[in-house]
Design a protein around this ligand. Sequence first.
Ligand SMILES: [Zn+2]
Length: 344
Amino acid sequence: MNTPAQPADVVWEQRWHPLREEWILYTSHRGGRPWIGETHAATALQPPTYDPTCALCPGNPRLHGTNPAYSGVFVFENDLPCFSTALAPEPPPGDPLQSRRPAHGTAEVICYHPDHAKSFPDLTAEECARVATVWAERTASLAARPEVRHVLIFENRGSLVGTSNPHPHGQIYAGNLIYGHTAREVASSRAYRRNHGRNLGTDLLARELAGPRVIAENPSFVAFVPWFARYAYEVYVWPRRPVTALPELSPAELRDLGLMVRAVAATYDRLWNRPMPYVMAIHQAPCDDEDHADYPFHLEFHPPLRTPDTLKYLAGPEIGGGSMTNESNPDQKAAELRAAVPAA
Ligand SMILES: [Zn+2]
């Protein structure tokens, strides 16, 4: 049976993801298929500026300790960390089927603001800059620990990505584990240098700047929906100057980074006039003493929604098959987002 003809704006093909070195399947003709399952309308509840039950609000008790009456950015060690500061000995290698090692490191929580009701789009320019500066300071400090090989900074926003507490905050994981996406980007950026003699991040940015998927720019950063997006409304924030990690950014660049994160988060919230859930991750080079000169520092936003009330479910192709399907056209998603960018 022949495939019926598709409109010109349908993307029905596979695209190579140069950072992950894998194929992504695009089926934008399937994005509007009927859905009779669970939907996820936004809750209209506006949180209070202070919540006495919140473990992140100033002055409140936590599992282990009490928060100070902080103003500005507040960082503390996670009460239930995924890494242990107690250094256990490395077991001897040799078992190929049941290798193990200790989970060395630490985990921190970073509160962006004392106000429980605020989120990144509500922060002032100074407050955005301060968050980005603390990200860089914590990275430098944690990377100096001998057991830390990678610092992963991320924000889970909204209950659809597992965060029930609306207090504006993110997390900092620093341990002996190099997280998988970063490990793949270490390999792909090295392979790109080997095969093409060039920096992957520089080439990728040049290509996106020439394309129709840029949604916002400032003097130091560009935000775009990548040509090889895995999720509808996925946005990358890319530095104009190739760097490998947060501590290499100047004060002016950190300020621009904070402003760009705010611009992307505000754009998301304006898109459907609801707080947009997302996972935001800062991709930075490992701190394991290897050469990462070509590692492409950047940020990735992954919103789980593909329509205002429909989740992108990871199912047979993704969990079962291990390859991502994107039911959207990245050019169109970028145009939708660009129309929602707030005035600077
Ligand atoms: Zn709170």
